[in-house]
Design a protein around this ligand. Structure first.
Ligand code: SF4
Length: 207
């Protein structure tokens, strides 16, 4: 039984484990009842990676795209978006079971234009905007913020993301180390290289 459903993927309990790229995509779809192609691809595959099955994915996308002020009709959704989502699950066309993008692929795609939400926020956000995000994640002290921004400035986006993971999971990581269980359940301390790795690592720390 999975707790990853059309509703839970935007719930606090699940979404708090998303890396900033995932959080940003979710914000985008909730605010606009829509996401452009690159964002749709990135989020569809990320959610597939955390365990959202095709039926729940269809419910998720249809609900998000067709509810709220100015949202499209169900008919339009079915005609224009359904195929694409099924395609990402390997159920249409060449039936390739696409894998979620890793950070390298995400960084290779075209940068987001205005109104787009894909990409890596550690690269794509201005420093000012990133600081606002860091504070939303509870990273309020200036020294920590500067450490993240330094990594961004040097173009080490994955290091910035790893740093944020460490800062936001500090007490859990310390508790695990102190309990001695850290030796049994080896905490993965490699650099973040994949949004789904970030998610798994965060959820595992909670268990
Ligand atoms: Fe997402 Fe990777 Fe960027 Fe982190 S470094 S926000 S996981 S793309």
């Amino acid at each position: 039984v999975t707790d990853i459903t059309a509703d839970s993927v935007i719930s606090e309990g699940i979404a708090r484990h998303y890396p900033l790229c995932g959080t940003n995509l979710v914000k985008g779809v909730l605010a606009n009842h829509h996401l452009r192609f690159q964002g749709r691809q990135q989020l569809t595959l990320f959610l597939k990676g955390i365990g959202l099955n095709i039926d729940q994915a269809m419910i998720f996308w249809q609900k998000q795209f067709t509810s709220g002020p100015g949202a499209m009709t169900i008919d339009k959704f079915q005609k224009e978006y359904r195929y694409n989502i099924r395609h990402s699950y390997g159920l249409e066309g060449a039936r390739i079971n696409y894998r979620p993008y890793d950070c390298r692929q995400i960084l290779k795609h075209p940068r987001p234009a205005k109104g787009e939400y894909h990409g890596c926020p550690y690269r794509d956000f201005t420093s000012e905007r990133l600081v606002v995000q860091l504070e939303e994640m509870g990273i309020n002290d200036k020294q920590s913020q500067v450490e993240v921004l330094d990594q961004k400035e040097m173009g080490n986006y994955q290091n910035a993301c790893t740093k944020v993971f460490e800062l936001t999971h500090k007490s859990q990581m310390e508790k695990l180390a102190a309990s001695g269980l850290g030796k049994t359940y080896k905490v993965d301390q490699t650099s973040i290289a994949h949004p789904n790795q970030y998610f798994e690592r965060s959820r595992n720390l909670e268990r």
